[in-house]
Design a protein around this ligand. Structure first.
Ligand code: PMV
Length: 350
């Protein structure tokens, strides 16, 4: 009798899981898509997870909800982000054959607009938390594929440390896996934040425009060889080769952006400039620091932040060089975020 009453009143318990994932920084960039509908890239890319740049996401599926709810930090998400999250949850619901709505709470440990994309860590953490909450047992490759559908570079935030994303030909063979553990090599990224203003051309548009550049095919033709050199330099801990090829690759990507014409507000633009004048000042300073013997190279994503790459033991010297350069220019207040190689996406206790 007592048992039956319990049974009659039973409600399905909310299904919940919390995941943590790191953002990543690409050494060989993902720039241009072969199929935008599934984020299939034109080329393999290589990256490093950033240990201090983390997203923590809790997903709770609950039959009582009539719509998904998305909270970022302690405020409701923007409509655009909430829609993106719901679309991604649909992919997970389809895999699990479950139509429940979910409450999603997500928080980043790093500032927005700093030149470290939260979409990679965010969509990786969401993929892991949502699939675990619904009881799906996805392996690393399946999770990477799922994360890629949400944001291309998110597939590289699933495995640990130094990671390669194999471009593949179709949905099921475009995924990332680890080429070396975080402990393999003590290098670090000092991200020098030049501006926090939102960029005019989001990377999704930059990817689309890339094919229009006269340099796009030139880069794609030489990328397999360069990717091989960068992969080997990471495995052999050859910092000079790694730095040279990574820096050259960043400039190749930006040469494409700067020659990707587009029209905005009825006005023709010859290309996309993600740099600001201070970006260029820093790139020139890096060359001078190298002439003075500092082991430092740069890379840049689709924004003005300059990512300085150096062996961990040289980080203090490089930081001092940044501050000295800023001090020569009154009014410059460059904030620097340090990141070392980071681990994989993992489930954690909330
Ligand atoms: O994943 P998306 O669409 O945000 O593209 C990332 C593009 C770059 O950050 C510029 C390069 C990369 O490989 O991360």
């Amino acid at each position: 009798m007592y048992g039956r009453a319990l049974h009659q009143k039973a409600i399905v318990m909310p299904q919940t899981a919390t995941a943590r994932a790191h953002a990543n920084l690409a050494f060989v960039k993902y720039w241009g898509k072969a199929d935008a509908s599934i984020n299939l890239p034109l080329n393999n890319s290589i990256s490093m997870n950033l240990n201090q740049a983390t997203t923590i996401t809790t997903v709770t599926f609950d039959d009582r909800l009539t719509a998904d709810q998305v909270v970022v930090g302690d405020a409701p998400a923007s409509a655009a982000f909430a829609t993106r999250v719901s679309k991604h949850l649909d992919r997970v619901r389809d895999l699990a054959g479950n139509r429940s709505h979910a409450h999603v709470h997500t928080v980043n440990t790093f500032p927005a607009g700093a030149g470290i994309a939260s979409s990679a860590s965010g969509l990786a953490a969401l993929s892991l938390a949502a699939s675990a909450a619904l009881g799906l047992k996805l392996d690393e490759r399946e999770l990477s594929i799922l994360a890629r559908r949400g944001s291309g570079s998110a597939c590289r935030s699933i495995p640990a440390g130094f990671v390669e994303w194999y471009a593949g030909q179709a949905n099921d063979d475009s995924y990332a896996s680890s080429i070396a553990a975080p402990e393999h090599w003590a290098i670090c990224d000092l991200a020098v934040i030049i501006s926090r203003a939102a960029k005019k051309i989001p990377s999704s548009e930059g990817h689309e425009l890339a094919r229009g550049s006269i340099f796009s095919q030139v880069r794609l033709d030489q990328l397999p060889a360069r990717t091989e050199v960068i992969r080997r330099a990471i495995l052999e801990r050859d910092f000079a080769t790694f730095g040279r090829e990574t820096e050259a690759e960043a400039l190749a990507m930006h040469a494409i952006a700067m020659t990707s014409a587009y029209t905005a507000g009825n006005a023709w633009h010859s290309g996309v400039y993600y740099w600001l004048p201070e970006t260029l000042e820093l790139l020139i300073a890096v060359q001078e620091w190298r002439e003075q013997g500092l082991p430092v190279y740069f890379t840049l994503d689709a924004g003005p932040t300059v990512h300085l790459l150096c062996p961990a033991e040289a980080a203090d010297q490089v930081l001092a060089a940044v501050h000295a350069t800023a001090a020569e220019r009154p009014g410059r207040a460059w904030e620097v975020l340090r990141n070392d190689p980071g681990g994989p996406a993992v489930l954690i206790e909330p």
